[in-house]
Design a binder for this molecule. Sequence first.
Ligand SMILES: NC(=O)C1=CN([C@@H]2O[C@H](COP(=O)(O)OP(=O)(O)OC[C@H]3O[C@@H](n4cnc5c(N)ncnc54)[C@H](O)[C@@H]3O)[C@@H](O)[C@H]2O)C=CC1
Ligand SMILES: O=C(O)[C@@H]1CCC=N1
Length: 267
Amino acid sequence: MKIGFIGVGAMAKAIIQGLLNAKTFMPADIVIHSAHTENYEPYAKANGLTAAKSNREVTELSDLVVVAVVPELTRDVLREVTEELHDGKKILISIVAGITLDDMESIVGYDFPILRTLPNINVEVGSGMTAIAYNDNLKGDDLIRSIGVFNALGETTKVPEDQFDVFSALAGSSPAFIDLFIDSMSRAGVKYGFNKEQATRIAAMATLGSAKMMLMSHKIPFDLIDQVSSPGGRTVKGILAMQEYGLPTAVVKGIDATVGTEPEDKD
Ligand SMILES: NC(=O)C1=CN([C@@H]2O[C@H](COP(=O)(O)OP(=O)(O)OC[C@H]3O[C@@H](n4cnc5c(N)ncnc54)[C@H](O)[C@@H]3O)[C@@H](O)[C@H]2O)C=CC1
Ligand SMILES: O=C(O)[C@@H]1CCC=N1
C-alpha cells in the first residue's frame, strides 16, 4: 500500500513525520510531489521517500492519494489528476479546509471513494485530533484502511460536514491559540526572571499535564479549576484577574473570527 501527497507543506510534512514515527508506511511507500522542487526533493532524499515528477505521477504511483494544497488550488489540482485517479483502485483523501465531499465529487466523479479529513499539526507527534467524513463509495476495508492512517496519528472523530469549519477552529487552528497561551505564560515567567527556554518548558508541561488530567480524570474543567484554587489562595486571584481582563471572551471571539461568523448582536 502506497500513500501519495500532492503538496508537501507544513501539514503534509507533519502527517508524513507522524507516519514515519509510527512506522505505518515504509519511507519508499510514501510518494510526494509539490510545486516547489527545491523544497520537496531534498526532503524526499533526506527521509528516503519517493519523489514524483508531477501530481499526476504521485497519483499514478499511489493507492491512497492525499490532496494537501491550499483550498484555492484544490479544484485545479483535482482536475489535473482525475484521469490517473480512475486508473486502478484508488482512494482520494483530502485534508483541505473548506472543500466539501460534494465539491470534490463534482470534479472526480460521484462514483469515487473519498475521505474528507481535517487533521491538526499535532499528528506529527502522534497526538493529532482529526475530523473525518466520507462518501458512500468509501466502505469496508478501504474505509478502515484510510481512516487507519489518521488513527495511527492520534484520535479521529466523525463530524457532520456542516460542522467542519467549527472543528477546524477548535482543533485545526487551536494548536496556534494554545501556543499563544503558552508563550504568554512563558513571557510572564521571563518578567519575573526565568529564562525563556525554562519558562516555556514549564508552561508547556503544565499545559500537557492539564490536558492529560482532563482526559484521564473525566472531570469537567471547572471541577479541575476548583481543585487547584485553594480557599483564600493565590490561584483564585489569578482566575478572577484573567476573567476580569477577558480571557474567556477573548477565546470565544478568536473562535468566531476563525470560523468566520460574527457573534450574534443581542440588542
Ligand atoms: N497547517 C495546518 O495546521 C493545517 C492545514 N490544513 C490544510 O492543509 C492544506 C495545506 O496547508 P499547509 O500545509 O499549511 O500549507 P503550505 O502552504 O505549507 O503547503 C502547501 C503546499 O502545496 C504546494 N503546492 C502549491 N501549488 C501546488 C500545485 N499546483 N501542485 C502541488 N503542490 C502545490 C506548495 O509547494 C506547498 O508544499 C490546506 O488546504 C489547509 O487547509 C488542514 C488542517 C491543519
Ligand atoms: O489556517 C488554516 O486555514 C488551516 C486550517 C486549520 C489550520 N490551518
